[in-house]
Design a protein around this ligand. Structure first.
Ligand SMILES: Nc1nc2c(ncn2[C@@H]2O[C@H](COP(=O)(O)OP(=O)(O)OP(=O)(O)O)[C@@H](O)[C@H]2O)c(=O)[nH]1
Ligand SMILES: [Mg+2]
Length: 439
């Protein structure tokens, strides 16, 4: 149980009797002792740890009560603290206070949220770098260059230079510089797609005709019998989702109903949902049955997926080939098919490798580059890039330094918003309310 604020140590000390002599409120030391409920009865033994400003997470006085993980004990301590004047924290309030006291900036707060919610160790590593301030440091040189550009534009206003500042500048002019910075920011804004994959997971959907072995493959990839498998076509009717760690890339794997002519309302709904999932997937695994002739419906299913999102799978290679050698050769040539058996496991590693290859450029597996992980950051980066494009255009057209300066200031404002300097209430609503309580 963590307390933060001017009376944190006083309140925590009142609930705690140290086992040994000495000051229980000594900074940064774990003191062993007994915790007491509101009525003074002992409820658990554990440690009290105290941090003093400014060297605490929130930048305020902080006291942490470390007990055994019993929900009843924790509730007892929260109640006892509340009885002495503490109040329950709002979601994300500790991180919010850290921000308000300048211990972290906004990108670091977002990094911390991503870290808490990370689905794989790799995603956690990347979030950790963000939380340590990687994005802020990557933005700093861009901000400096932009501030420099703005200073130059303002100087030309002051000295009443001709509109054609480009020609007067030894660096080649404001226009090209603004355009260059704008391009940098556009690249950064585009990096959001990688951030999204790492944060939310890549959406991989299994699709195909009934009985092709989608659910069998789903289970095989997960390593557990999650979905029902039967020899009857039309076994799966609902959309089933599970998360999968594909060597660091978080994946949300979805099994769907076989695509077929619906005989009743439930079927119709099942097929509709299957199509909807495939339509919004990052990758669609179209599962074909190697042991049966290739049908028009197979052809349509393959054709419905854009090549950039398609991974074709020939399943049941443990059985005699029924699909025809010509077809196999054609599939091998064009979409690049993975041949496997969900039953024996043959070829599954190839599929994992293929999936990972396809997601890798997106998931940016080398965590050495700064990228954006939230829509908020992306919108601001895109706004700054657009303002710089306008500035470059204005300079090119010889519109005068005032016009250029207005756009540059816009860009600088937007960039400032990524790391902080925005309306605190709005920031709270957009970021911290999504945190869990106690963080
Ligand atoms: N021999 C062989 N049989 C398989 C393989 N994969 C699946 N099957 C069998 O094919 C049948 C259908 O498998 P499912 O996984 O239920 O197929 P599905 O595509 O999910 O079918 P629906 O949910 O009806 O759309 C079952 O009898 C499986 O045991 C395989 O690799 N080899
Ligand atoms: Mg199924």
């Amino acid at each position: 149980v963590r307390l933060s604020g001017p009376r944190a140590v006083a309140i925590a000390s009142a609930l705690f009797s140290a086992a040994a002599n000495g000051d229980p409120a000594e900074t940064g030391r774990a003191r062993f002792g007994t915790f007491r409920a509101t009525d003074g009865e002992a409820i658990d033994r554990g440690y009290l740890v105290v941090f003093r400003p400014p060297r605490s997470f929130t930048g305020e006085e902080v006291a942490e009560c470390w007990t055994h993980g019993s929900p009843a004990v924790l509730r007892g301590i929260v109640e006892a603290a509340a009885a002495r004047g503490a109040r329950p924290a709002e979601p994300g309030e500790f991180t919010w206070r850290a921000l308000v006291h300048g211990r972290i900036d906004l990108t670091q707060a977002e990094g911390l949220r991503d870290l808490i919610e990370a689905r794989t160790l790799h995603a956690a590593r990347v979030a950790h770098l963000q939380e340590r301030g990687r994005l802020s440091s990557a933005l700093q040189p861009i901000k400096d260059a932009l501030a420099d550009l703005l200073a130059r534009a303002e100087a030309s206003i002051e000295f009443g230079e001709e509109p054609d500042i480009a020609a007067a500048s030894p660096e080649g002019g404001l226009g090209p510089d603004a355009a260059r910075l704008g391009a940098d920011l556009e690249r950064l804004a585009a990096s959001y797609e990688s951030g999204r994959l790492l944060r939310d997971g890549a959406r991989v959907v299994l699709a195909g005709l009934p009985n092709a072995g989608k659910s069998s493959l789903f289970n095989r990839l997960l390593g557990e019998a999650r979905a029902i498998v039967t020899p009857l076509p039309g076994t799966t009717r609902d959309v089933i989702e599970e998360s999968l760690d594909l060597q660091g890339v978080p994946v949300i794997l979805t099994d769907t109903a076989g695509l077929h002519e619906a005989a009743n309302e439930a079927d119709r709904e099942a097929v509709e949902r299957a199509r909807a999932r495939a339509a919004e997937a990052d990758l669609v695994l179209v599962v074909l049955d190697w042991s049966r002739p290739f049908s028009d419906a197979d052809r349509e299913t393959l054709a419905a997926v854009p090549p950039g999102r398609l991974v074709a799978v020939l399943n049941k290679v443990d059985r005699p080939c029924g699909i025809g050698l010509d077809r196999v050769l054609a599939l091998r040539r064009r979409p690049g098919v993975v041949e496997l058996s969900a039953r024996t496991g043959e070829g599954i590693d190839d599929l994992r490798r293929r999936l990972r290859e396809r997601l890798e450029p997106e998931a940016r597996l080398l965590p050495d580059e700064a990228f954006l992980t939230s829509l908020r950051q992306r919108d601001l980066a895109a706004r700054a890039a657009a303002a710089l494009r306008r500035a470059a255009g204005a300079a090119r057209e010889g519109q005068g330094a005032e016009c250029v300066a207005i756009d540059l200031r816009d860009a600088l404002d937007a960039l400032g918003g990524i790391t902080g300097a925005v309306d605190p209430d709005e920031v709270y609503a957009r970021i911290f309310s999504a945190f869990c309580i106690g963080k």
